[in-house]
Design a protein around this ligand. Structure first.
Ligand SMILES: CC(C)[C@H](C(=O)O)[C@@H](O)C(=O)O
Ligand code: SF4
Length: 467
């Protein structure tokens, strides 16, 4: 029977699947970070259990770290964060797990570091106590976010109990206009299909528009599968994937790599494989997207306007729109390009890879950040940071008046000192725009890196196609 990519990876990892029981999956790679692992390791200590396969586990410090240049432990903003970081260091030491500590040359956001170092490879099962683990799916991986008690379970047994998700194929066709990127596709998908379309599903992204994306772009798309409600997102490995993985530090090399690559190419869904659900989208006419509300499905064209709740006949929907506009401080019918921002954040596991920074730098080169706007660029990893410095991107940003930071989650999540003040409005390349996500009372608009940089220069939402 023809199988989907997800089914092939699932079948290769099922350890036990008995009627009436939750299936058990073998896990190849376990990534972990300081925010969701302390209780899991504490559980192991309490039960006097070792980590079953320490060489499969890599710990990263990313959520709670300050990103100020030259950061030290004293820069960590609160006691809770200090405790998370110190506990991670102690657990990694005691349990024999590799740690990319705050000042490690490879430190960065776990979902940027995993693919970058070749820790996540096609065909694997990858888990992390973090919802955006889906990002790794861009390489053809079943990568799933798990809860802290599951982190403990995987540490102890290398296995995960997992209800088999349903499969969904989202076919994205068409040729993107210049300046329109994977982030715009992701926002357009959620805008069209909603924030819960993916519930209980693994989404495979396919179609000509997806095939033409770089691995970085595919990661952006898979990263945001979570905001469409999915368990995971995936893209089938192809030649682009294989060239991306080749030469990565922890990837196989030489003959072993060729053998692995031949297998990875077999992972693509078979012709005629059946998905439980399928959706189609054409992005030939897609324009840059900007969220105006408080969930990632509240999206407008950059050339569009803020919606008018009065036009909504359903009272509940109308009330939801009114509440979002109230929180966001926006007026119905306001033109998106008339909305001014206070802050621009370029970073997060959605959009902080080298390609993202190159695109953003393209709109910053020779320009100045608008008067009164604070703009920060936070590379996804220290490797990205170094490469960006070598390429001159850091200088472009600094000369344009952007702050150039150390790697971490930063202002994507207000738990490390980088945050919005109440009422501040931010164009952000991250993935979540819930109330308070970037700081209490902060107003988040999700955009692509190009739109973010162009907006920093204009001081209001800008259409990159005009530049
Ligand atoms: C802190 C962590 C549990 C959380 C997640 O799981 O996604 C964070 O990374 C986020 O993006 O909200
Ligand atoms: S960058 Fe944001 S979305 Fe990504 S792992 Fe960190 S907090 Fe979560």
């Amino acid at each position: 029977m023809p199988r989907t990519m997800f089914e092939k990876i699932w079948d290769a990892h099922v350890v036990r699947d008995e009627p009436g029981e939750v299936p058990m999956l073998y896990i190849d790679r376990h990534l972990t970070h300081e925010a969701t692992s302390p209780q899991a390791f504490a559980g192991l200590r309490a039960r006097k259990l070792p980590v079953h396969r320490p060489d499969s586990v890599v710990a990263v410090i990313d959520h709670n770290v300050p990103t100020v240049p030259g950061r030290r432990l004293i820069d960590v903003v609160d006691d809770q964060s200090v405790m998370c970081i110190e506990t991670m260091e102690e657990n990694a030491r005691d349990f024999g797990v590799k740690l990319l500590d705050m000042n490690d040359a490879d430190q960065g956001i776990v979902h940027v570091v995993g693919p970058e170092l070749g820790l996540s490879l096609p065909g694997m099962t990858v888990v992390c106590g973090d919802s955006h683990t889906s990002t790794h799916g861009a390489l053809g991986i079943f990568a799933v976010g798990i809860g802290t008690s599951e982190v403990e379970h995987v540490l102890a047994t290398q296995c995960l109990l997992q209800q088999k998700p349903r499969t969904m194929n989202i076919v994205v066709d068409g040729v993107l206009a210049p300046g329109v990127t994977a982030k715009d596709i992701a926002l357009a998908v959620i805008r069209k299909l909603g924030t819960d379309v993916g519930t209980h599903h693994v989404i495979e992204f396919s179609g000509s528009a997806v095939r033409s994306l770089t691995i970085e772009g595919r990661m952006t798309l898979c990263n945001m599968a979570i905001e469409a409600g999915a368990r995971a997102g995936m893209v089938a490995p192809d030649d682009v994937t294989i060239e991306y993985v080749r030469g990565r530090r922890f990837a196989p090399s030489g003959e072993l790599f060729e053998l692995a690559a031949a297998q990875w190419k077999q992972l693509a869904s078979d012709p005629g494989a059946r998905f439980d659900a399928e959706h189609h989208l054409d992005v030939g006419e897609l324009v840059p997207q900007v969220t105006w509300g408080t969930n990632p499905g509240m999206v407008a064209d950059v050339t569009g306007t803020v919606p008018d709740p009065a036009a909504e006949s359903d009272p509940a929907t109308r009330a939801g729109l009114e509440q979002a506009l109230e929180y966001m401080g926006l007026e119905p019918g306001q033109r998106i390009q008339d909305v001014g921002v206070d802050t621009v954040f370029i970073g997060s596991c959605t959009n902080s890879r080298l390609e993202d920074l190159r695109i953003a730098a393209g709109f910053a080169a020779g320009k100045r950040v608008a008067e009164g706007v604070r703009a920060i660029v936070v590379p996804g990893s220290m490797n990205v940071r170094r490469q960006a410095e070598e390429e001159g991107l850091a200088d472009i940003f600094r000369e344009a008046g952007f702050e150039w930071r150390e790697a971490g989650c930063s202002m994507c999540i207000a738990m490390n000192g980088d945050r919005l003040a109440p009422g501040e409005r931010c164009a952000s390349t991250s993935n979540r725009n819930f109330e308070g996500r970037q700081g209490r009372g902060g107003r988040t608009h999700l955009v692509s890196p190009g739109t973010a940089a162009a907006t920093a220069v204009a001081g209001r939402f800008a259409d990159v196609r005009d530049l």
